[in-house]
Structure formats: structure tokens, C-alpha cells
Design a binder for this molecule. Structure first.
Ligand code: FA5
Ligand code: MG
Length: 444
């Protein structure tokens, strides 16, 4: 953005007492940086803190790390984990950078290598993570993840220990009211064991990972399944992460919907070697705390986690999973905005000049949590809002000039109070001004 560049040579960015010289990568906004001190996962009677403690109780023999700064190097977040240089996650449109070297972590895996290097073998690490994204009821640019890692030294009887624990966990799961659909079973052509692993050992580690996580899912979701007398349903899906092989995702059926709760896998020996512990082997997972908390506490909107309204906060008690009772919803207010995208020579240039996430960032910066959703819309057909189909209609290209037009509908609503039309107009006016000045679009 021009405004960021204009400031670039001036004062450095000061975050949590450290200063970071700005450069062409700097894209972390004040709105985003204002979330850093909140530390929701450390609050004992906040749903995110309550859920964290429940999972820690399940992995009680693990070390529990909870106060690691969200500012990491690009090396920690991507390079150490083997992300290729052209991985889309690295793009300025997807991640928040303080500068070329420093960023807000996009996942808790950013701390795996340094933790292994410190000699940590079994640990849970919970933290706030930051990603540039769309705006809706289940996406927010800050959320919380928990990393879980378990590595052992085969020369110290580590594999035999995993085998003993597998036998215990297997029989506990057999007695439980759970149906596990796992077509990922042994290695497959598309999800193979690592070539440097003995297949017997790789199988033991993968089974230990699966038993541990099936047990966790049972502990978190099981009581709800019991109430209805129906078994809890879990399914395992093949996945890919640059630092694990084989890799999986886990989904849980809850209220008739499959919910993706985590990604995981057997840690690649390259990552362990980078940590100076190439003699160890083991597994890692990363789960999303909001996704699980929304379901367990019946919280309908991800923005509520950030509410400081007593009607939200007073509903939760340390150590208790309770059902959230929505308080009166304040009325919503719609605003439409249509504009032409900047004109560029080639199509490639257009793609580079305009990215929707940049637009969303300006929206978040001006409207903060008052905006509930922003959707491409067709002003002539109300029913198309929030549908992916709407994109085809609302990305209109002028047949002669080839200019592209966009129409967005903004839904404004406060979680805590009634918004006046004047207040919303003021926000919308500022927003239009910034979009016009900074993104070279022409409002229609
Ligand atoms: C990861 O972030 C990997 N670091 C997970 C991992 C760890 C893999 C260790 C292997 C070993 P992913 O981007 O899929 O993967 O996110 C993991 C979980 O975070 C998801 O399953 C989901 O529960 C949660 N999550 C991801 N994006 C969002 C979002 N925008 N809002 C809320 N939760 C999210
Ligand atoms: Mg995923």
C-alpha cells in the first residue's frame, strides 16, 4: 500500500517493545497488532483457555508451553519446515509481515524445530496464530492453535514404549462408543512412509499418533455422543505437510456436519536433523482451538471469542464446557460498494495489482469487528448473497474496455450494541476513501 510505503523510511514498527525496521514486506496493520496482547488462550474462564486446559489434561505427562511470542522469523515459520520458496502461504496476501525477516506466525508448527532443538520430546504448545483471510462467521485473521509433539529415541527403548502405549490405547478405544473410519491405514502410494524409516517402526509411530488423537477426540466430543446414545464418528483423511510423512487430517461428525479439527503426521527426519536430533523419531499434530470451541460451547460466530462484553464472558467457568446462550442480536446494517478494478496492460498484471485479501485488510482496519461479513454480491438478486455462485455474476468484465467490475455487500453488526446509521456511514465513507486512494480502484 502507498500509505505503508510512505511511512517506510520513517519510524520503525514497534511491537511488544521491540522495533522492526519497515521494508517492502511490512503489511501488519494496527488492528492486527492490537490483538497481540489479548492472549485469550491464557484466560482460565474463556472458552479458548478452558478448552486448552482440557486438552492439556488429556496429555498430562507432556510439557505445556503457552507464552511464546507470535513474532517469528520467516525461517521458523517456513524454511525450517521445508516449505518451498514459492509456497502460496508465504505471499504477502496470505501472511502478516513486520518486515522481510519477521512475521506473525501462521501456525504453531513454527516452534517445532526450536523446541526439538531444546531437547523437548513430549510437549503441547498453544498460541495465537495470524492469517490473512476472508471475512465471515467462521474466519477471523487471528485464531488459536495447539501443537502437540511426541518424539522418542529408539536407542533408549522409545519404540517399545510406544508399542506398550499402543496396546493400552487400542483396548481403551475398542471399549468406547466410537466409530473410526480410517482408509489411510498403512502407507499408500500417495502417502508413503519415509524411505529412511523401517516400515515396522513407521507403522508403530503412525498408530501411536492415531490412537492418541482418537483418544483425545473421544474425550472432547464423547460425552455429547453418549447423550444421544449414538457412537462418535471420526474419519482420517490423507493430507500433505512439508515436514511430515505420512500426513493426515482428522474430521469429527458433530450435529450432522463433518468438522476438520487438525492436521498431523510423522515428523520428517529432515526437520529433526535441522533440530540436531536426527537420532529421534516421532509425530506431530496441530489443532484449531476455535473450531472445536465453537462446536463444544455452541458459539455461533468466531468474533464472539474477542468480545469483552460481560454477557459473553460471564457465561463461562474455569474447567467447564457449557452451552452458550446467545443474547439478543443487534440489528444488521447493509452497505453496497461497486467499483472498477485498476486497468493494467496484461491479465497477469491485473492479478498482481489487485488481491481481494488486500481489500479485506482495509475493511478490517477501518471497520474492525463491526463488520460481520463482506461478500461479492449481485445487487439485482438478493438470494445470491454469500453463495460462491455469486462470484460468476459479480466479477463482471466490460465487453469493450475489458475492465473488471466488483460489487461487494458489507454486513455491519456489533456483537455488543446497536449501531447507528450515521456511525456506519462514517466508517463506510472512510473505507471508500482509502480503497480509492490506496488500491487504484474507481468507485462506480
Ligand atoms: C496447519 O496449520 C499445520 N501446522 C498443522 C500440522 C501440525 C500438520 C503438525 C502436521 C504436523 P492447517 O492450516 O490445516 O494446518 O490448520 C490446522 C487446523 O487449524 C485446521 O484443521 C483447523 O482446525 C484450524 N484452522 C485452520 N485455518 C483456520 C481458520 N482460518 N480459522 C479457524 N481455524 C482454522
Ligand atoms: Mg487444513
Amino acid at each position: 500500500f502507498q500509505s505503508t510505503q510512505a511511512r517506510s523510511q520513517a519510524e520503525p514498527l514497534v511491537v511488544e517493545g521491540t522495533s522492526y525496521p519497515r521494508d517492502e514486506y511490512t503489511n501488519a496493520t494496527p488492528t492486527i497488532l492490537s490483538k497481540l496482547p489479548r492472549r485469550l488462550h491464557l484466560q482460565p474462564s474463556h472458552p479458548i483457555g478452558i478448552l486448552r486446559k482440557q486438552i492439556e489434561a488429556h496429555f498430562s505427562s507432556f510439557a505445556h508451553l503457552n507464552s511464546i511470542s507470535p513474532i517469528v522469523t520467516v525461517q521458523q515459520n517456513f524454511d525450517d519446515l521445508g516449505f518451498p520458496p514459492d509456497h502460496p502461504g508465504r505471499a504477502l496476501t496470505d501472511s502478516y509481515y513486520l518486515n522481510k525477516q519477521h512475521m506473525l506466525r501462521t501456525h504453531t508448527s513454527a516452534h517445532e524445530v526450536e523446541s526439538f532443538r531444546k531437547g523437548l520430546d513430549q510437549f503441547l504448545l498453544s498460541a495465537d496464530v495470524y492469517r490473512r483471510d476472508e471475512i465471515d462467521r467462521s474466519h477471523y485473521p487471528v485464531f488459536h492453535q495447539m501443537e502437540g509433539c511426541n518424539v522418542v529415541d529408539p536407542a533408549q527403548g522409545g519404540i517399545e514404549r510406544l508399542e506398550r502405549e499402543n496396546a493400552e490405547m487400542r483396548s481403551a478405544l475398542q471399549r468406547a462408543n466410537i466409530v473410526i473410519d480410517d482408509p489411510t491405514g498403512d502407507e499408500t502410494a500417495t502417502n508413503p512412509y519415509q524411505s529412511e524409516h523401517d516400515p515396522r517402526v513407521a507403522r508403530i509411530i503412525a498408530e501411536h499418533l492415531k490412537n492418541s488423537l482418537n483418544g483425545l477426540v473421544l474425550r472432547l466430543f464423547g460425552p455429547n455422543a453418549d447423550k444421544q446414545g449414538e457412537p462418535l464418528q471420526v474419519r482420517w483423511i490423507e493430507a500433505t505437510f512439508p515436514w511430515t510423512a505420512p500426513s493426515y487430517e482428522v474430521e469429527v461428525l458433530f450435529n450432522g456436519k463433518w468438522l476438520e479439527i487438525l492436521g498431523c503426521g510423522v515428523v520428517r527426519q529432515e526437520a529433526l536433523a535441522r533440530s540436531g536430533v536426527s537420532h529421534k523419531q516421532g509425530w506431530a499434530f496441530g489443532l484449531g482451538l476455535e473450531r472445536i470451541a465453537m462446536v463444544l460451547f455452541s458459539i455461533p460466530d468466531i468474533r464472539l471469542f474477542w468480545s469483552q462484553d460481560d454477557r459473553f464472558l460471564s457465561q463461562f467457568r474455569e474447567g467447564e464446557i457449557s452451552t452458550f446462550k446467545p443474547y439478543s442480536k443487534y440489528p444488521e446494517c447493509y452497505k453496497d460498494l461497486a467499483f472498477w478494478l485498476p486497468e493494467r496492460a496484461g491479465e497477469e498484471a491485473v492479478g498482481k495489482a489487485w488481491h481481494e485479501n488486500d481489500f479485506m485488510e482495509v475493511v478490517r482496519d477501518e471497520a474492525g469487528d463491526l463488520v460481520e461479513g463482506v461478500q461479492l454480491s449481485d445487487p439485482t438478486n438478493e438470494n445470491l448473497f454469500s453463495s460462491r455462485l455469486a462470484r460468476q455474476i459479480d466479477e463482471f468484465t466490460h465487453p469493450k474496455t475489458k475492465r473488471q467490475s466488483r460489487c461487494y455487500r458489507f454486513t455491519y453488526r456489533s456483537m455488543d450494541r446497536s449501531l447507528s446509521n450515521e456511525e456506519v456511514n462514517l466508517i463506510q465513507d472512510r473505507l471508500v476513501e482509502r480503497v480509492t486512494n490506496e488500491m487504484q480502484v474507481e468507485v462506480r
